[in-house]
Design a protein around this ligand. Structure first.
Ligand code: 5GP
Length: 139
């Protein structure tokens, strides 16, 4: 399968469509999921093209996992969470919908189930959650 340079996350990387960004470094970008399953649900992506885990380079994977750990720690702090769920899907049969490698990071609380998928989030709430994560990263 080839990489499609016009996938939604490639457009977000190029700044062609808006996103609520919370962190970036030379190799990775982090922004809020627009359909959050829980408050604070974010996505970690490499800045360079790859479709998913199956075609990613070791360099892309190590950068993305390092940032995923950083964000997992940040959401634990920002949301006073008791745990973190990390999800990653590969190809349509594997549940992937956007074909640029990404890891989902979801802060979790005991007894709280994630919301159903596919529901647009409230953009003001997402902005507030992003600010909490940025503050946790700085603190
Ligand atoms: P997956 O490919 O891992 O199954 O799901 C893609 C994820 O990207 C979903 O959680 C979905 O809510 C999120 N998503 C889809 N389109 C956009 C978008 O335009 N902006 C943002 N921030 N997230 C998106």
């Amino acid at each position: 399968m080839d990489y499609d340079p016009d996938n939604i996350f490639a457009k977000i990387l190029r700044g062609e469509i808006p996103s609520t960004r919370v962190y970036e470094d030379d190799e990775t970008l982090v922004f809020m999921d627009i359909m959050p399953r829980v408050d604070g649900h974010l996505l970690v992506i490499p800045k360079t093209p790859c479709r998913n885990l199956l075609d990613a380079s070791e360099g892309q994977l190590s950068a993305v996992i390092a940032t995923t750990q950083k964000m997992a720690r940040a959401v634990m702090k920002a949301f006073d969470a008791q745990g973190v769920t990390v999800q990653q899907f590969n190809e349509s049969a594997g549940g992937q919908e956007v074909y640029h490698l990404h890891f989902h990071v979801l802060p979790r609380h005991d007894g709280v189930k994630p919301r159903a998928p596919g529901q647009m989030g409230d953009m003001d709430a997402i902005a507030t959650h992003a600010e909490k994560i940025r503050a946790a990263l700085e603190g």
